[in-house]
Design a protein around this ligand. Structure first.
Ligand code: TRP
Length: 341
């Protein structure tokens, strides 16, 4: 095991707008469970960021802080290895955001490709909440407050890391030394898991996601609904594997590569029915999700424990983020009562 302080620092987070699903598991949670042993990992329950496009429903954002925390614990994020903290309870993040906003132009914010897509998707038109437009700056505050150098995120978040590093370089130039480290995005090679309908992205709002807490019959129904090859009408017909959601999932979850390759081969040739492949995937997902569902239920029965985890994680994160803010304040030469001679 590495010495605590020589471990690279990871910061990731999730908006608390709903409980997490299988796409989150494949895209980042699984990675976090593995990385927590070799890195110093902080995970942020990003409730403040969630408000930037959910201000009409703060109750949803609040409720899901606990739901997402349960998902974390259920998949095996271990509070002894990973610091789990609540964003809105870390005032230094808001202070850093305010400071960083001076290092970014509005036109730069408007050029962020992910923000552009999200503005379209949410139909904001010209009425973009300023907090939403600026959330990449808040995210730069999140990342740098922990001095994270590794940020495991999906491909869509790459522009946020770029934006972060631009701010970091500007600040370091102004201070005259590398006070803040630049960060690297760790993007999963497998790409995003498609939804049950074959749409590019699994997302709760699209109604094509499988929650991590899904019951056995929900898992089965999800697999049975999966988009396959519409031209593969009879088992004896040759079928297409590309874009076939069942095979995409087998690629993501089946540890037996050779068996999957053989199934693909038989499917292409003809003679393999959709139901046979779906049954294999159902078995795999049932096995993957059963322990997660059971652990989640056990943690949900002990909210005192979960709150304790969040409370101590947030206290630890508060010290870390405040110390970064203090360093920056002094580095930039801002007013401080402590520094009056
Ligand atoms: N924007 C991320 C998402 O869409 C959540 C997030 C907030 C985050 N702060 C972060 C991710 C810092 C990585 C680092 O889920």
């Amino acid at each position: 095991m590495l010495v605590e302080n020589s471990r690279p620092i990871i910061l990731t987070g999730d908006r608390t707008t709903g409980s997490l699903h299988l796409g989150h598991y494949a895209g980042s949670l699984k990675n976090r469970v593995a990385l927590q042993h070799t890195h110093r990992q902080f995970v942020l329950l990003a409730d403040a960021q969630a408000l930037t496009d959910n201000i009409a429903d703060p109750e949803k954002v609040r409720r899901n802080v606990l739901e997402v925390a349960l998902d974390y614990l259920a998949v095996g994020i271990d509070p002894d290895e990973t610091t789990i903290c609540v964003q809105s309870a870390l005032p230094a993040l808001a202070e850093l955001t305010q400071l960083y906003l001076n290092f970014v132009s509005v036109s730069r914010l408007e050029r962020n490709p992910t923000i552009k897509d999200e503005i379209q998707l949410r139909g904001f038109g010209r009425d973009i909440p300023a907090g939403f437009l600026c959330y990449p700056v808040a995210q730069a505050a999140d990342i740098t407050a922990f001095k994270a150098t590794v940020v495991p995120v999906g491909q869509d978040q790459a522009p946020m890391i770029e934006q972060t590093n631009e701010i970091v370089r500007r600040i370091n130039r102004q201070i005259g030394r590398a006070l803040l480290p630049e960060a690297t995005a760790l993007i999963p090679a497998t790409g995003r898991l498609p939804g049950v309908d074959g749409k590019a992205k699994m997302s709760k709002s699209q109604g094509n996601a499988l929650p991590l807490s899904a019951a056995p019959d929900e898992i089965r129904a999800f697999v049975n609904r999966m988009y396959t090859d519409p031209n593969h009408l009879r088992a004896s017909d040759p079928g297409t594997v590309e874009g076939n959601v069942v095979f995409t999932y087998l690629d993501a979850f089946d540890p037996d590569r050779a068996a999957v390759d053989e199934l693909k081969e038989r499917y292409r040739r003809g003679g393999l029915g959709d139901m046979t492949v779906k049954r294999r995937l159902d078995d795999l997902l049932q096995e993957l999700l059963r322990p997660i569902r059971e652990r989640r239920a056990a943690f949900a029965d002990d909210p005192g424990y979960v709150l304790g985890v969040l409370r101590s994680g947030t206290a630890k994160a508060r010290a870390k983020t405040q110390s970064t803010f203090d360093e920056l304040r002094d580095g930039l030469g801002l007013f401080s009562f402590d520094k009056i001679a």
